[in-house]
Ligand binder design. Structure first.
Ligand code: NDP
Length: 286
């Protein structure tokens, strides 16, 4: 029989996590601040815990998924002495610094701490495209890896508990950069009444082809060798004012792209005209 799991926090994500553990055959204990949310999971076979402390002590591995890490901190502080020796996997979204603080607090309480970042929406949990980034107590992670595999792929990013969140935020950074560009492009074509749907047929292969260069930019960043035969910062600096002018002429905002102009201007001022765009990583250091 499969090892028991507790899930604390039954929002949209926590409920999906608990359902995936049940589907994989684990005995599941559930706890939620608003107790009525345990209903659907109890109907699927989960057992409701009377308190968070009971869930952490009674159910083997404890998986926590609350709104914020402040909520997780409060939860840890409410557990009392009981959870010594237990393993907590915190899948709440947060920052590397928060993860490190929670790991330190958990260690004080005698809890083994693993932080995580969920790379999926609730509907994907347990499916082929979901995975979770983990970091922290590696021995505890290896012990519980077969259980955590019920949620999707298990990607360990290091013993520093901050690393899962760092990777999670970096992946989302790439996503938001892409989203902002795509939405600005739609806003631009809509100024002439062009269908965004039709335009997406041009945009998707274009962005995909550009993204396929990302490993080469990564090699330039890692080697700190930015000289390019593709497109120099000087050429990009000359082009970006055209975007800003066109956005103004067409009546859409320039606010997302003004910073691109500013950092390109700075790169040229600092003598990097012949380098490629990968040089901007240097200029992003505060
Ligand atoms: P929901 O808003 O659906 O659920 C929030 C959960 O947090 C509820 O269980 C809520 O309890 C609990 N909660 C809030 N405040 C407290 C508190 N002070 N003490 C105890 N429990 C509290 O959010 P999600 O489930 O969507 O998200 C949960 C976490 O998962 C977030 O950190 C989110 O960033 C992350 N995540 C979500 C994804 C998604 O697509 N939904 C994707 C990847 C990560 P109550 O029912 O009592 O209000």
């Amino acid at each position: 029989s499969r090892p028991p799991v507790s899930v604390l926090g039954l929002g949209m994500m926590g409920s999906a996590l608990a359902a995936a553990f049940l589907a994989a055959g684990h005995p599941v204990t559930v706890w939620n601040r608003t107790r009525s949310k345990t209903g659907p999971l109890v109907a699927q076979g989960a057992v409701p815990a009377g308190s968070a402390a009971e869930a952490v002590t009674g159910g083997g591995l404890a998986v926590v998924c609350l709104m914020t890490n402040d909520n997780v901190r409060e939860l840890l502080d409410s557990l009392g002495e009981s959870p010594v020796g237990r393993t907590v996997v915190n899948l709440t979204n947060g920052t590397p610094a928060q993860a490190r603080e929670l790991a330190a607090r958990a260690t004080e309480l005698g809890i083994r701490y693993i932080d995580g970042g969920i790379m999926a929406v609730p509907q994907m949990i347990g499916g082929p495209h979901a995975y979770v980034l983990y970091s922290g107590d590696e021995q505890a992670f290896e012990t519980h890896r077969p259980t955590l595999a019920a949620l999707g792929g298990t990607t360990f990013t290091g013993a520093d508990p901050g690393l899962a969140s760092l990777h999670d935020l970096a992946l989302l950074t790439g996503m938001y950069g892409m989203v902002v560009g795509v939405l600005q492009a739609y806003a631009l074509v809509r100024t002439e009444g062009i269908s965004a749907t039709d335009f997406s047929e041009l945009l998707v292969p274009w962005v995909g082809a550009m993204l396929s260069g990302a490993p080469q930019w990564a090699a330039a960043v890692d080697s700190d060798e930015h000289l390019t035969d593709v497109s120099s910062l000087a050429v990009n600096q000359a082009a970006v004012p055209n975007f800003l002018a066109a956005f103004r002429d067409q009546g859409i905002t320039t606010e997302f792209f003004e910073p691109l102009k500013a950092i390109l201007d700075r790169a040229i001022e600092e003598g990097h005209a012949d380098d490629g765009l990968s040089r901007l990583v240097d200029l992003m250091r505060a």
